[in-house]
Design a protein. Structure first.
Length: 202
């Protein structure tokens, strides 16, 4: 499988990009494709020790085909060549059985942003899981020692996620954007003469 760059931060399998022209080659009037990739991890520390580690690696594709004012959408999380072929065949088969809708179609080309700005939303955090655990433990210790009214830190959490989204259609439009989300959060339980209360912040 070969790959193609769709923006400065991401390359995509060309077999995925070929779905739209293939749909037209097999008789569809038009087609559009959404592809989403996410990766990252999160750690959670409780009372100074690792409580939870989660790694995230997700991908999803949604293909919509149009024929004679009818449309059908098929989704998959398997982007292998065999699965992509099956997804296309299923969409082409389903569109024959859907009801026509005069308003269901691609956006007109003049509504598409063929030239759009790069918003610099992609800023990876090059932190390892072990460093994230150490940071969460440091947060936990700092919080617990900050005020004598704090009974304990319920959880100290560190997470980082990378997201890439690609949209293309049969009007030769290919658009994409990438962004990152990083978060540190904590939840504490505190107690004074007025009682006990739990609160979280990020």
């Amino acid at each position: 499988m070969t790959s193609k760059s769709v923006n400065s931060n991401f390359v995509i399998n060309e077999d995925v990009l070929d779905l739209v022209p293939l749909a037209q080659r097999f008789g569809c009037d038009a087609a559009e494709l959404h592809v989403n990739y996410e990766s990252g991890f999160s750690v959670s520390v409780r009372e100074g020790t690792l409580d939870l580690f989660q790694q995230q690696q997700e991908q999803a594709l949604s293909l919509t085909v149009f024929k004679n004012h009818c449309s059908a959408t098929v989704s998959t999380t398997d982007l292998s060549a065999l699965s992509l072929k099956a997804t296309l065949q299923k969409a082409i088969s389903l569109v024959k059985f859907t009801q026509p809708d005069e308003c269901r179609s691609l956006a007109e080309s003049h509504h598409l942003a063929f030239n759009y700005p790069e918003l610099s939303l992609y800023n990876p955090w090059f932190i390892t899981p072990q460093d994230a655990i150490s940071l969460a433990i440091e947060m936990d210790n700092t919080i617990s020692n900050h005020d004598k009214r704090i009974m304990h830190c319920e959880s100290a959490n560190v997470s980082t996620t990378k997201v890439h989204h690609v949209y293309l259609n049969s009007m030769d439009f290919v658009g994409s954007y990438s962004y990152t989300v990083h978060q540190q959060s904590c939840a504490v339980v505190a107690k004074d003469s007025n009682g006990k209360q739990q609160h979280s912040e990020y």
